[in-house]
Design a protein around this ligand. Structure first.
Ligand code: HEM
Ligand code: HEM
Length: 240
């Protein structure tokens, strides 16, 4: 782990404060995060209109092709999301140990649960002093795995099952995911669960973005710029 201690230049009469910066998230992980953000936004908007199409357009559907473009955007973003997710799994194997936090949650460690409980209290404004973490905090890790990873795998599997229904017998999607529709009942059941899954993911995103901004302000450590530049900065309250 690379560690750097930097000193901000003090103005006359100002005390010098120390900041410690640690390199946490490598470039492929950060790229994956923001590509996934764009895909999820595209999938939610296009998916919403697949489920609740706009009022009828005049003329032949094949002429204006509106639903065609919406579905195309959905499938293209679906492919990018799925391929990027496979890339993210690869990076969990070859990347630094923070790249594995998304998938390897130490559920068997009592200490980890205690820390997660502390974070929950901190988020609920019941703790006064924030704890600082180099990687994800335990509660964040739990949400990222339990809601995001599980949710996105569900969306990819059900999405490609529906896609395979369209591309038909013999297509790769139907060969790989054809078992999903009969297992879940029939096509409409998969549509309904896939649709519900969208709200599950949207719930995660709302909490996640709120917490990222809140922690960035309140926890005396950088969050959002860490997912952009890779470095976590720890702000020291006490002047040297
Ligand atoms: C569709 C929207 C989003 C999704 C699905 C999403 C998903 C995720 C996931 C899965 C991680 C874990 C990264 C890893 O370990 O590989 C993560 C981390 C993070 N995300 Fe997002 N994200 C979204 C939007 C955003 C936005 C808009 C922001 C900025 C406001 C943001 C800020 C962060 C930060 C700061 C972290 C790192 C947290 C930490 O260091 O513990 N995310 N996000
Ligand atoms: C964050 C991920 C995703 C979200 C939020 C999402 C959302 C949605 C929604 C809301 C629907 C409409 C369901 C209905 O009410 O009938 C839908 C349909 C569909 N989605 Fe997704 N989806 C996601 C990922 C995927 C992926 C990865 C694929 C794979 C290509 C995919 C393929 C499909 C297909 C084939 C349909 C049915 C299209 C149709 O019947 O015209 N989705 N999606």
């Amino acid at each position: 782990m690379t560690e750097q201690v930097s000193q901000t230049l003090a103005q006359p009469g100002e005390q010098v404060r120390r900041q410690t910066a640690v390199y946490v998230y490598e470039a492929p992980l950060r790229l994956w995060h923001w590509v996934t953000v764009l895909c999820v936004i595209t999938l939610c908007i296009s998916g919403y209109f697949i489920g609740s199409p706009l009022p009828t357009m005049p003329g032949e559907a094949s002429d204006h092709f509106l639903m065609g473009y919406i579905r195309f955007a959905h499938f293209a973003a679906g492919y990018v999301l799925a391929i990027a997710f496979v890339g993210r799994i690869y990076w969990a194997i070859v990347g630094n140990h923070h790249a594995r936090e998304l998938f390897l949650v130490p559920l068997h460690k009592k200490r980890w649960w205690q820390e997660a409980y502390h974070e929950l209290r901190w988020y609920l404004f019941l703790e006064k002093v924030p704890k600082k973490y180099i990687g994800h905090n335990p509660l964040g890790q739990l949400a990222m795995f339990g809601i995001f990873v599980v949710g996105i795998i569900f969306m990819i599997v059900t999405g490609f099952a529906l896609y395979g229904e369209g591309t038909g017998a013999g297509s790769w999607a139907n060969n790989w995911f054809g078992w999903v529709i009969p297992m879940m009942g029939q096509s409409q059941d998969v549509h309904t669960w896939h649709h519900l899954g969208m709200w599950y993911i949207i719930t995660f995103v709302m909490i996640h973005v709120y917490v990222a901004i809140r922690e960035d302000i309140m926890s005396r450590q950088s969050l959002i710029s860490t997912m952009v530049g890779g470095w976590r900065m720890f702000k020291d309250d006490k002047p040297d």
